[in-house]
Design a protein around this ligand. Structure first.
Ligand SMILES: NC(=O)c1ccc[n+]([C@@H]2O[C@H](COP(=O)([O-])OP(=O)(O)OC[C@H]3O[C@@H](n4cnc5c(N)ncnc54)[C@H](O)[C@@H]3O)[C@@H](O)[C@H]2O)c1
Length: 365
């Protein structure tokens, strides 16, 4: 970048916005404007963060008043990611967009193409990559300490954790789906650790038990309406085979009769096994190996990441723009991640294994 990023703004003043403003400010950006289609949400946020009167109803309105803005975060419900990212890029802004990147891979392809055409940075908030334990494991993999990853398990399971019950989170047309697309972080981490091998086939099943039962609502996003739409899955189990012979097992749920909320990625590799896990808000990072006939396991403790990298990831976006850090995500990785999500939903719907072809199309087998 020729020019340092000085002025940035946010679009969407909901629960996630506070992490974005902290991260952007930590990296030195001036954030003193917000867009929200709900004027009360926007103004409340602007007051809380010290810039009253700087909330706008649309990006157009923002840019008319604040033409110095160089970068934005898109932090709205999932359906609006694509149109808002395209609008921001077409105005020449750099864009950081919340996860999921969009509703499906085709949408992300369109976003990536425009970013390339406009020569603007497009990054996504796959924030678990910014965790200290994830960074450590990625470095160990890069140093050849883990070996070839044969198999991985990506799990984010909850017992009573339906977010925003009856609101946009549980409405397929706005969210794109339930826990599979919402809690996609561990799937992303596993793929990132495996260096995004080319997928071959996906076999999946989703379940809808408990999705309409408000007793299964969770702490993220209060109950919006007990009579609202709840047409997404409550649990998803899937198996992905890659062309390399590597495999990935996925288990994501918001509402399932499990012991407790459990979030982990486990890797079985040729030198060392790995598990990074968060249970009851406690992180653990373990490495497993055999040495001289003994099981030699190591456990690492890191400074606790209460927010799972949610502040460090937007900070990385600004630092990457300023040439101070490597970008944590690329649009190509976001497309690859969403192709797997698409194929999982298609396999669950069709009841068949689905092949992901090299050109990115899907074939039920
Ligand atoms: N990375 C994470 O850990 C994490 C956690 C939770 C949510 N998220 C993601 O963050 C995004 C926002 O989630 P949230 O929980 O903050 O949502 P939220 O419902 O709390 O807030 C969304 C805000 O966006 C505003 N909005 C809606 N449509 C808009 C539009 N077209 N233009 C401008 N403003 C609009 C709403 O008025 C609201 O204030 C979602 O994509 C969600 O998946 C990420």
């Amino acid at each position: 970048m020729d020019e340092k990023i000085k002025f940035a703004a946010l679009i969407g003043a909901g629960a996630m916005a506070e992490y974005h403003i902290r991260g952007f400010r930590e990296a030195g950006a001036d954030v003193s404007a917000i867009v929200d289609q709900n004027p009360e949400h926007g103004e409340q946020f602007a007051k809380k963060w010290g810039f009253p009167g700087q909330s706008y109803l649309s990006l157009e309105e923002l840019l008319a008043a604040r033409p110095e803005i160089q970068a934005v975060s898109v932090i709205t419900p999932n359906k609006f990611h694509k149109p808002l990212v395209l609008e921001a890029l077409s105005h020449g802004l750099h864009v950081f967009c919340e996860k999921p990147p969009a509703l499906n891979a085709a949408e992300v392809c369109g976003m990536a193409e425009l970013a390339k055409e406009k020569k603007r940075m497009l990054m996504f908030n796959l924030n678990n990559r910014a965790r200290l334990d994830s960074q450590f494991i990625k470095k160990e993999i890069g140093r050849g300490k883990i070996g070839r990853i044969n198999s991985a398990q990506a799990t984010w399971m909850r017992r009573t954790g339906i977010p925003g019950f009856g609101g946009w989170f549980t409405t397929k047309a706005i969210a794109g789906g339930g826990p599979l697309i919402d809690l996609l972080h561990m799937i992303d981490l596993a793929l990132w650790f495996m260096d995004f091998p080319e997928p071959d086939t996906v076999l999946a099943q989703t379940f809808q038990d408990f999705i309409s039962d408000p007793n299964f609502h969770g702490s993220w996003g209060k109950v919006v309406s007990t009579k609202g739409t709840t047409d997404v899955e409550s649990a998803c189990h899937a198996f992905v085979r890659f062309k390399t012979g590597q495999v990935l097992t996925i288990h994501n749920s918001w509402a399932e009769l499990v012991k407790e909320e459990d979030t982990y990625v486990a890797l079985q590799a040729t030198h060392t096994g790995v598990r990074i896990r968060t249970v009851n808000n406690q992180n653990s990072c373990e490495l497993y190996s055999q040495k001289n006939g003994f099981s030699a396991d190591r456990s690492y403790r890191f400074q606790h990441d209460h927010d799972m990298g949610r502040t460090r990831a937007p900070e990385n976006f600004i630092r990457a723009l300023n040439g101070e850090a490597e970008p944590l995500t690329t649009p190509e990785q976001a497309i690859a991640l969403m192709r797997i999500i698409d194929a999982v939903y298609l396999s669950a719907e069709s009841g068949k294994p689905v092949r992901i072809t090299s050109d990115g199309s899907y074939q039920p087998l």
